[in-house]
Design a protein around this ligand. Sequence first.
Ligand code: KIV
Length: 264
Amino acid sequence: MKKITINDLVKWKQEGRKFATSTAYDASFAGLFESQEMPVLLVGDSLGMVLQGQNDTLPVTVEDVVYHTRSVRAGSPNCLLMADMPFMSYATPEQACENAAKLMRAGANMVKLEGSDWLVDTVKILTERAVPVCAHLGLTPQSVNIFGGYKVQGRDQKNADKMVRDALALQEAGAQIVLLECVPQELAKRITEALDVPVIGIGAGNVTDGQILVMHDMFGISANYMPKFSKNFLAETGDMRSAVAKYIADVESSAFPDDAHTIA
Ligand code: KIV
């Protein structure tokens, strides 16, 4: 696979070409993903749940993400690698700069932050200092205790309109990717069409520019709960390499997510 940059993703958006992405946490799976030409990987703080067996992402530390970012970069030298900034690692812009530097030094090409318009100053400061940012909107799992559970976001008009404004404000501040989690497909379409930067979705229908899955869900090996919008591609294909290839092909053809894996 050739080296993937943000410019490739912007070009694909302009051409209407969909792209698949996945979480990854170690060199072996990162190598498998790269062998199937997965262009973007995320070291997600979902590692708290799928690797550490925690109930949520809150216990994950910057050091955890640094360790796994280094491993993924070793296995996939050419993907565009995003790394999650964990809970409370970007509470102030100063903290965000210090911790983002650790993730970039570990091999990330971009950091992902969960939030809304309160993040505008932080995104501006990071991007001005050469740290590319992906802004994660919708169901932001670090806010599970504020939301009172893992709930679909942006269902009512007021919150949907606010999410559109937040996405535009974060793009204006310098965010180069927006990730939407668990939002109605209609709202995901509105945001994807309103933004110039690529939009990656999970539980947001097949209307976004890219899709992401937690790799354990793709292989049907998540310990606890399998979200409605996730799909076990291993069950359908029988081996991991074919499962990854099928996921990528189905995203590129818009066959995934279908109606059964979409939040109305
Ligand atoms: O941590 C993670 O894996 C994520 C994805 C669900 C997008 O943020």
